[in-house]
Design a protein around this ligand. Structure first.
Ligand code: FE2
Length: 309
């Protein structure tokens, strides 16, 4: 990794030159030289994602945030530093892992949402080329393989879990169910039917909330108004509870009948049942991304730790 950062890739575009230029080699290294002392107990992995714009077709049009990326990582353990191991997977794009954890000696389980292709369409304004799918990667560090298993045929995004289970084994996960074929699938279909007409607008991203039982391979869905919209569901543990799904899911749901948004509370143990509560907001909340629950200070002790927020 070191020593390659000053390669000049292309004149013209400042995001392809100098320290922004990509590196060409993937390097695995062990027992790295350390100056000073790595503090005792600082055991873990420092991972950082970033662009590595190799083989850009139109350098003049390159945007810093698009194109190929690369993750760099260093593992610190017992006062030593070593590089991360890299394993190959089928090419894809991932915004959102659900969770990842060690699942036995040399085995890792990763649940994530993958796209087969993204940012390939020239006129794309969003991740709307193919639908997202929830999959499981089983990483075998001994065999150096990654097996991928699809977990659901439907288009699902914004995966979340009980924050107390993050980086540990978990049974449940939650996601936003998109319209069939992905949130832009209906738009693409209508455009194909009448290609001479201007492309219709996007109508919604989410149509429901799904709870996955990853242990038993089951799911439970809460559909909302078919002409509304549903955002990411945040799991909030019940104060004093310890069960993985003992709590609530909070999400913004647009109600087209009111022309405004509700904050909806679902019981995580009865996702398909009637909402526990709907807080009727006086406004429409635009389609968004991520959220978190921040408990009042008095409730922190009995709920998620502050580090999980
Ligand atoms: Fe995101």
């Amino acid at each position: 990794m070191a020593g390659q950062g000053r390669r000049t890739e292309t004149p013209g575009n400042p995001y392809l030159r100098g320290l922004f230029a990509p590196v060409r080699e993937e390097v695995d290294a062990r027992d790295l030289e350390v100056t000073g002392r790595i503090p005792a107990g600082l055991d873990g992995r420092f991972l950082r994602n970033g662009p590595n714009p190799l083989n850009i077709e139109e350098p003049a049009a390159y945007h810093w945030f698009q194109g190929p990326g690369m993750v760099h990582g260093v593992r610190l353990r017992d006062g030593r530093a070593e590089d991360i191991r890299w394993l190959e997977v089928e090419p894809c794009f991932v915004f959102h892992p659900m969770n990842a954890y060690e699942d036995g000696p040399g085995l890792l389980t990763v649940h994530l949402v993958r796209y087969d292709r993204l940012f390939a369409a020239r006129d794309s304004h969003g991740p709307d080329e193919v639908p997202p799918r929830l999959v499981r990667w089983t990483v075998d560090l001994v065999a150096a393989t990654v097996r991928e298993d699809g977990l659901d045929e439907r288009a699902v995004e914004f995966p979340r879990i009980d924050p107390r289970r993050e980086t540990g084994a978990h049974r449940y996960g939650y996601g936003v169910l998109e319209p069939e074929g992905g949130y832009a699938g209906d738009r693409a279909r209508r455009h194909l039917l009448s290609p001479t007409e201007p492309a219709p607008g996007l109508s919604q991203v989410g149509v429901g909330i799904v709870k996955f039982d990853l242990e038993r391979g089951r799911s439970e869905t809460h559909p909302f108004h078919p002409d509304g919209d549903v955002g990411e569901a945040v799991f909030v543990p019940r104060a004093g509870g310890s069960g993985e799904d003992d709590g609530w899911l909070l999400t913004y749901v647009f109600d087209p009948d009111r022309g405004a948004t509700d904050l909806v509370v679902l019981a995580a143990q009865d996702v398909g049942g009637e909402p526990v509560a709907r807080v009727h907001l006086p406004v429409r909340v635009p389609v968004g991304f991520h959220g978190n629950w921040v408990p009042d200070a008095s409730a922190v002790d009995g709920m998620a730790s502050p580090s999980a927020i």
